[in-house]
Design a protein around this ligand. Sequence first.
Ligand code: HGY
Ligand code: MN
Ligand code: MN
Ligand code: MN
Length: 399
Amino acid sequence: MSDLTARFRALWDEIAPVGRDAGSGGYLRYALTGPELRLREWFRGQADGRGMPVTEDGNGNLFAWWGDPDAGAAVLTGSHFDSVPHGGAYDGPLGIVSAFLAVDELRAAGVAPARPVAVAAFVEEEGARFGVPCLGSRLLTGQIAVDRAAGLRDAAGVSFAEALGDRPAGADPALLGRFAAFVELHVEQGRALAGQAAPVAVASAIWPHGRWRFEVRGEGNHAGTTRMGDRRDPMLTYAFTVLAANKEARLRDAHATVGRVAVEPNATNAIPSTVTGWLDARAAEPQTLRALVEAVQAKAAERARRDGTDLTVTEESATPLVAFDGGLATRLAALLDAPVLPTGAGHDAGVLAAHLPTAMLFVRNPTGVSHSPAESATDDDCAAGVAALARVIGELTCG
Ligand code: HGY
Ligand code: MN
Ligand code: MN
Ligand code: MN
């Protein structure tokens, strides 16, 4: 085991138990709840131990600073701590742990950066608690209105403002102006690197994607006594919509998923009164995504007419196509001798890319699985990721 691999493992072991569900082996690290708050405390401890002052932007995002704040705009790196329900270990935290270790590598090599380095932990990247992904980075960049963000509620009815303890501060151009570039390291969420020689890749683009809530209202009634022909069953409209989404996505080489559903009253012996399904749709091109969502909506509406149900479709979030800074990606790919690839996964880097030169590094995932306990990366590949991130920060702070 190399020294760096051992250092990675030692630091990784500090956070590995936090929020881990013993049953599934996955993580329940929802933004601003116990486990995520413990990781934020851990972040402050790591920063303290390195003599890095921590600032908070009033939106729930944390920043730890290394170097003279007056020495020009900083190179920002980092990611998020929060997880999807029963998510993997690496999605998010790998970027933060790697950032602190990259700072250690640079210091150990005697690098005195010509500009500061900042390590970020963004809040609510997954949108698993409040429904809108990349909420922290959207607030910081002004890509979501403060009123809307403040009023988003979790399943227990707690608003984002309540969880934060204050109304979010919103866009902060002055803080953004303190960053020269952002580099987010992330576990790969597909199989492009599996079985390849390279442990690390550079991102070229993020597919446009979004979330749409399909709420279908019918008539709740008794399962045993209501004749089949007399029913207005929203479950039928919902089920048909799921199949239509799958079919329409396949036709277009796009991705459509309904991974969350809420049923009222959710009783085995009652026809539901309301079924709500959340569609996650993504495609390589914006026009394909638009056509996909329109086709699913049209089919769902037609089916609702047949079922005698009422359908309401609400867009909950939409993220446009992100093309990362091509010059920067090419430069980093040459520096690291790394392949360049696009992804269908969303990231805070995708939000910040509209405001700063931004790049991403992906660390090989041998299973290609993510948003699941089966997500994986080897310690050696994680160490290779740290080394790559340190080189990139070294390059960007000197250049
Ligand atoms: O859902 C996503 O693409 C991301 O992992 N937040
Ligand atoms: Mn994720
Ligand atoms: Mn992530
Ligand atoms: Mn009864």
